[in-house]
Design a protein around this ligand. Structure first.
Ligand code: KG4
Ligand code: ZN
Length: 352
């Protein structure tokens, strides 16, 4: 089944055509326009600018992706959660295409897309399909807007085990980065600088780590970093007032480690209770190599028979391919929404 996926919930306009079947999810054609360079100037995503940029890009991208390709069987779009300015653009573009070309529409949840991102394979001819997800699957979704642990009993069935009470993990990376003058998005910058730093140099708190539930909180960590920075002046990459001249690398490594420790601990805590056959890591923060390695190591040691699924780096950040992959399962069930009824849903929760 050929599924066209579109994504416009934040700062990437992305469109992809996938060939989906029981054999796997193969990308036939894809195009993405990132807005990062524009939002960087403002230190974060400006919703009005994002909406305008999506409106400029989405139709040319759809045209480019569909060029010389057969007609899709369905169009899957991100209807939520996300910024209303971007979601509306995606909804209107897809609604119009659906009406003109008589193609059914699938309203898709962005977080469901991140879960299915682990299954995407870039080119049909060259690469084999990914190992299929075995259920129950425990999903850790970590992005700029969300941090959730979700239990999946089968395709389309989601139970929320826990979520962040305040900032998302990606947001925490971004805010921490901003405090030391790094540009948006801060996650990749922090993880790069952290490579040569000492993770034990500064002891940042691990909020809510052993409170027994599966919820998260990251705003205290950000505040703790803010207070630490108030007492230690950063000059040319080195912190004054530290006896051993700690560097920006040490700060990044310690900050990153605090976030990773909480994410890994909570995921293992949930795995112990729910005994998943698969653990899935998805969302922009899943691009973090240390998080991938730490989770993999813990799973190998504590749950050696559990399969660990992560997206290719390319599909960790927002993309249209993951929306098509998630939409495929709705298409199988004929879970379509009429072009007359489809709407943007900025606060759509994947699971309760
Ligand atoms: O999923 P995503 O592309 O957009 C949302 O749905 O929010 O996630 C973006 C987030 C940003 O906060 C960004 O800093 C974070 O993912 N991120 C990372 C890394 N790469 C992207 N965080 C930590 N380490 C990385 N390597
Ligand atoms: Zn995302």
């Amino acid at each position: 089944m050929l599924i066209l996926g579109t994504e416009s919930s934040c700062d990437d306009t992305s469109v992809a055509l996938l060939d989906c079947s029981a054999k796997g999810y193969f990308v036939l054609s894809e195009k993405t326009a990132s807005q990062i360079d524009i939002h960087k100037k403002y230190g974060g995503v400006v919703p009005e600018i994002a909406g305008r940029m999506h409106a400029e890009k989405i139709i040319p991208l759809i045209e480019a992706v569909l060029e010389n390709q057969p007609k899709p069987h369905a169009i899957a779009i991100t209807s939520g959660p996300g910024l209303i300015t971007g979601l509306l653009v995606g909804v209107e573009a897809a609604r119009t295409l659906s009406y003109i070309r008589n193609i059914p529409l699938i309203s898709t949840n962005h977080l469901e897309g991140h879960i299915y991102s682990t299954q995407i394979v870039e080119k049909k001819s060259e690469t084999a399909a990914k190992k299929q997800t075995q259920f129950p699957a425990l999903c850790l979704i970590v992005s700029g807007g969300h941090t959730e642990l979700v239990l999946m009993k089968k395709h389309g069935s989601y139970k929320l085990l826990g979520a962040t009470k305040d900032d998302a993990a990606g947001e925490c990376f971004d805010k921490g980065a901003k405090l030391i003058g790094l540009p948006y998005p801060g996650g990749p910058q922090i993880s790069k600088l952290a490579l040569t730093g000492n993770t034990q140099a500064i002891h940042f708190p691990r909020p809510m780590i052993d409170n027994g539930d599966y919820n998260f909180s990251f705003s205290g960590l950000k505040t703790s970093a803010l207070y630490w920075l108030r007492d230690h002046t950063l000059t040319d990459g080195t912190f004054e007032q530290t006896p051993n001249k700690l560097t920006i690398h040490d700060f990044c490594a310690s900050f990153e480690q605090a976030i990773i420790d909480v994410l890994v601990y909570k995921t293992m805590h949930a795995a112990k209770k729910y005994n998943p056959k698969t653990i899935i890591l998805g969302g922009g923060v899943s691009a973090n190599k240390k998080l991938r390695e730490s989770l993999q190591a813990e799973i190998n040691t504590r749950f050696p028979t559990t399969d660990f699924q992560i997206p290719e780096f390319k599909y960790a950040m927002d993309n249209g391919a993951m929306i098509a992959a998630a939409g495929y399962h709705h298409a199988l069930k004929k879970d379509f929404t009429s072009w007359k009824k489809i709407t943007a849903n900025p606060n759509w929760r994947l699971a309760a």
